[in-house]
Write a protein that binds this ligand. Structure first.
Ligand code: FAD
Length: 421
């Protein structure tokens, strides 16, 4: 496979672009693998990549029921940040941001990571105090964060509604190293990297059953036949409960909810940052893509479903948020919107853990924040599968934390999955 470089681009320019090969193979499934990862989203692909690269595991397959990156991986609004405060989350998300900072080099694939800053608006002195506490704790533990006054914010982002917003803006909490990336490129980069390490990525291969022999899983039934395996990792996001039930494990502390994303027609450069607006019932985040489209989203659709479709009341709600905070968008046309299926956990934090089945490992509960987490999620899930024990960064992300009463509720939203984001 061609390694991407300035020289390769130049050479192919001279050769009429005929020197580029396939980016990953399309192999037939083998009868048996050492490790099978179910789900070729970001978390599954990253896990396979780090299993092969960091732990030299050979004979790995990633099984995907559709096409790789066709789930939430290719449907999200691409925000990357590490502004978490809870002890169980802080170290993990900061590690992820550090991995993002070198990801294009590591994968030899431009994931278009753009550290354009993540700007959370606040609208009351109480919100400013809460942000000061969070951002100070971030700084004390090695991340970056700062508070902007209203004057500074007006200079940096002049188009926000400073004049007659229902909730007047009084400043913002900012993480400058945060930003966004191109989601498809991340999926393709991990797929290409994993394939280069010999991982078989098998698309159009749905897992339909789990064959257990006593305590262990011996094989997976799939739409392309039975595939034997020594270890299995589930990384299927909103479909986790389905796979969990196939394995005969009952219920999980996860609900599957829908979240929509929206893209406008392209417009001239308007917004250099990722801006988040959340007060009262409103929740809204927006950035501008390199092609000029405004990319934005809001809350969940408020009902549980496995459908990748959204409802119209949320379209209205998000459009109202958009025009209340950026009134200049009022006449911009919406181009597309779609939905993904979110694995919302009871405390809003994920699971990267062992399970009641010895050779089954779980990666789930990403709520609607799993894009930013994908490098560290793959890194630590691979470490868990290779070494059969959680390391200290992820030991809190287990299923028993609810029994212990040590939940990781970053939002303080309580045991209601749809309230976590
Ligand atoms: C609209 C929207 C906006 C979002 N915005 C952000 C954001 O700004 N920042 C952020 O950090 N996160 C965001 N997220 C969340 C993030 O996208 C997800 O948390 C993350 O992508 C989930 O992990 P994944 O990529 O592995 O999931 P997926 O891409 O969903 O991967 C799971 C895969 O498993 C496959 N699968 C399921 N069942 C089976 C089966 N039986 N057999 C085989 N394969 C199966 C699916 O087809 C799918 O491809 C957003 C999500 C959505 C939907």
């Amino acid at each position: 496979m061609t390694r991407f470089s300035a020289w390769a681009v130049f050479k192919n320019g001279l050769m009429g672009q005929t020197g580029w090969g396939r980016q990953w193979r399309d192999p037939e499934p083998k009868k048996e693998y050492d490790v099978v990862i179910v789900g070729a989203g970001l978390h599954g692909l990253a896990t396979a990549f780090y299993l092969a690269k960091n732990h030299s595991v050979k004979n790995i397959a990633v099984l995907e029921k559709g096409w790789l990156g066709g789930g939430n991986a290719g449907r999200n609004t691409t925000i990357v940040r590490s502004n978490y405060m809870m002890p169980g989350n802080r170290k993990f998300y900061e590690h992820s941001l550090q991995l993002w900072e070198n990801l294009s080099h590591e994968l030899n694939y431009n994931v278009m990571f753009s550290q354009r800053a993540h700007v959370s608006l606040f609208h009351s002195p109480a919100a400013r105090d809460a942000a000061a506490r969070r951002y100070n704790s971030m700084r004390l533990t090695g991340a970056d964060g700062e508070l902007w006054s209203l004057e500074q914010l007006q200079q940096e982002i002049p188009h926000l509604n400073y004049n007659n917003a229902r909730f007047p803006i009084i400043g913002a909490a900012v993480q400058k190293r945060a930003g966004n990336a191109r989601h498809d490129a991340v999926a393709w980069g991990y797929a290409r990297g994993a394939d280069q390490h010999g991982v078989d990525i098998i698309q159009n291969c749905e897992v339909t059953g789990v064959i257990r022999n006593g305590g262990n899983i011996t094989a997976l039934e799939t739409s392309r036949g039975s595939i034997g395996t020594k270890k299995i990792g589930f990384a299927v996001a909103g479909n986790t409960s389905r796979l969990w039930q196939m394995a005969g494990l009952g219920k999980l502390p996860i609900e599957s909810h829908k979240l929509q994303a929206f893209v406008s027609e392209p417009i001239k450069p308007l917004l250099d940052h990722v801006v988040v607006f959340g007060v009262g019932g409103a929740h809204f985040y927006i950035s501008q893509s390199d092609k000029g489209s405004m990319v934005f989203g809001g809350d969940l659709d408020w009902y549980k479903s496995y459908a990748q479709l959204g409802n119209l009341p949320i379209v209205q709600d998000v459009a109202e948020c958009a025009t209340s905070i950026l009134p200049c968008l009022g006449r911009v046309r919406l181009l597309r919107h779609w939905s993904g299926v979110m694995d919302m956990s009871m405390d809003g934090s994920p699971f990267i853990c062992k399970t009641p089945v010895d050779n089954l490992y779980l990666n789930a509960g990403w709520n609607y924040g799993g894009f930013k987490a994908s490098p560290a999620s793959g890194w630590h899930f691979a470490d868990l599968i290779a070494n059969d024990r959680p390391n200290s960064t992820i030991e809190h992300f287990d299923l028993k934390r609810f029994e212990r009463g040590v939940i990781i509720d970053e939002r303080g939203a309580g045991p209601d999955p749809k309230l976590h984001g």
